[in-house]
Design a protein around this ligand. Structure first.
Ligand code: GDP
Ligand code: IMO
Ligand code: MG
Length: 429
């Protein structure tokens, strides 16, 4: 196998950073294909915590090539800050960081529009990260976005920037009643100053990746956000603005779907969600509090407390279907170590009837009633367990329950944030 994708199966923050970091060992390339610095991927190495927003989680492995694909929206200043950050921790990005010239650039007006749109939505707001992600993708789809390649052509960039500033000022003032003025000269010179710092990393990543795959190099695709936040198959409109499931890989990396060989999902042993939107297994009680406290469930990007609830296997099954998962990695099993009983959602009832498919609308999803199976807890520490057999019987049964329900294997189980707090039952590559 030469290509492998890792995607979240819930609403994000499943531990993609940790698992991609581990799997990067076997990769030549690690590739982000969508999203931007709305992501917060945590990697803990020798007790030191690194939170990555734009750089792939393979960046901490010397020599591994890291790609920011064409499907991403990039805050150049955020990118430069991360490059500086990894240099400060002793890693060199030179010669191994590749940023797509086709990726779109996030400008200050995108962030203003994000805030204005959220404000206008009021109680129905999405609870975005306010990084300008939605407005940048809106410009991309509206064919007025500015791509990194555009920065190379001074006149054309100036013209596009002028037009966009004018359009955004008008929109902010007249549509959102949120007037902001943008200084063209300042934005232009600031963007160019930062662009020059990262320009050596910019290239045609579509051709780079296709050649790499054709040469049998090993490419690991790292999803950001997750399947239930995917703009097409997620819980729309409470989603992000990109295809954050595996469905986004071909378009966002510029490779044929025929080139993605295996797709593994990641699920926490429970569920979390940040921001608004339906969440059938949410617990607004002490049990939810305990999950948040034990799992340190506060956003890596915005610091917001994450909403917590039991594992929703009915939702994960839907993710397994749309991504056609080859297997599922379970993370944060240790967070359940303290519970007498563990509930797992195995179905939804809508208007008193069990339903046989994951709802397509937020309205329906708000109305479903989760159907639970209750499994016994293990009430033992699992963090230092090194093999599946050493896990308490109840924890093994929990994993087997997940495998049976989904009909796919669980080859990796994570029991702590560190690299070595991982049970590898079967190498996935
Ligand atoms: P990502 O966005 O999917 O990469 O996940 P985040 O980094 O936003 O959130 C996952 C959090 O859980 C991070 O703080 C990780 O360090 C932590 N983490 C990952 N795996 C485990 C695990 O198995 N157990 C515990 N207790 N923490 C974990
Ligand atoms: P990682 O990659 C969890 C959520 C936001 C909001 C919605 C839209 O760390 O798993 P956006 O700023 O993208 O327009 O916000 O999506 N969201 C995430 N939730 N993890 C993330 O990334 C997220 N990125 C965006 O909270 O509800
Ligand atoms: Mg995260």
């Amino acid at each position: 196998m030469s290509t492998l994708a890792i995607v979240g199966t819930q609403w994000g923050d499943e531990g993609k950073g940790k698992i991609v970091d581990i799997l990067s060992e076997g990769a030549d390339y690690i590739v982000r294909y969508q999203g931007g610095n709305n992501a917060g991927h945590t990697v803990v190495v020798n007790g030191v915590k690194y939170v990555l927003h734009l750089l792939p989680s393979g960046i901490l492995h010397d020599g591994k090539k890291c790609v920011l694909g064409n499907g991403m929206v990039i805050d150049l200043e955020g990118l430069w800050n991360e490059v500086e950050f990894i240099k400060r921790v002793g890693k060199s990005p030179e010669g191994r960081l590749f940023v797509s010239e086709r990726a779109h650039v996030i400008f200050p007006y995108h962030k203003a529009l994000d805030a204005a749109s959220e404000k206008l939505k009021g109680d129905g707001s999405i609870g975005t990260t306010l990084k300008g992600i939605g407005p940048a993708y809106r410009d991309k789809a509206g064919r007025v976005g500015i791509r990194i390649a555009d920065l190379k052509d001074e006149e054309s960039f100036k013209e596009k920037l002028r037009w966009n500033i004018r359009e955004k000022e008008l929109t902010l003032k007249h549509v959102y009643n949120y007037p902001v003025s943008f200084n063209f000269d300042e934005i232009y010179s600031h963007t160019m100053r930062i662009y020059e710092k990262v320009a050596d990393f910019v290239c045609d990543t579509v051709s780079l990746l296709n050649r790499a795959i054709d040469a049998q190099e090993r490419v690991l695709f790292e999803g950001a956000q997750a399947t239930l936040l995917d703009i097409d198959v997620g819980t729309y409109p409470f989603v992000t603005s990109s295809n954050s499931s595996a469905l986004g890989i071909p378009a966002g990396a510029g490779v044929s779907p025929k080139k993605v060989e295996k797709v593994y999902g990641i699920a926490k042993a429970y569920t979390t969600r940040v921001g608004g939107g339906p969440f059938p297994t949410e617990l607004k009680d002490n049990t939810g509090e305990l999950l948040r406290a034990r799992g340190h469930e506060y956003g890596s990007t915005t610091g917001r407390p994450r909403r917590c609830g039991w594992l929703d296997l009915f939702a994960v099954k839907f993710s397994a279907q749309v991504n056609q998962l080859d297997g599922l990695v379970i993370t944060k099993l240790d967070v359940l170590d303290a519970f007498d009983q563990i509930k797992v959602c195995v179905g939804y009832e809508l208007n008193g009837q069990l339903i046989d498919r994951f709802p397509s609308t937020a309205r329906e999803l708000e109305q479903v009633k989760p159907v639970y199976e209750t499994l016994p807890g293990w009430k033992q520490k699992t963090t230092n367990v090194k093999s599946f057999n050493e896990l308490p019987e109840e924890a093994k049964n929990f994993i087997k329950f997940v495998e049976d329900y989904l009909g796919i294997p669980v080859p990796i189980i994570s029991t702590g944030p560190q690299r070595d707090e991982t049970v590898i039952r079967e190498r996935i590559w």
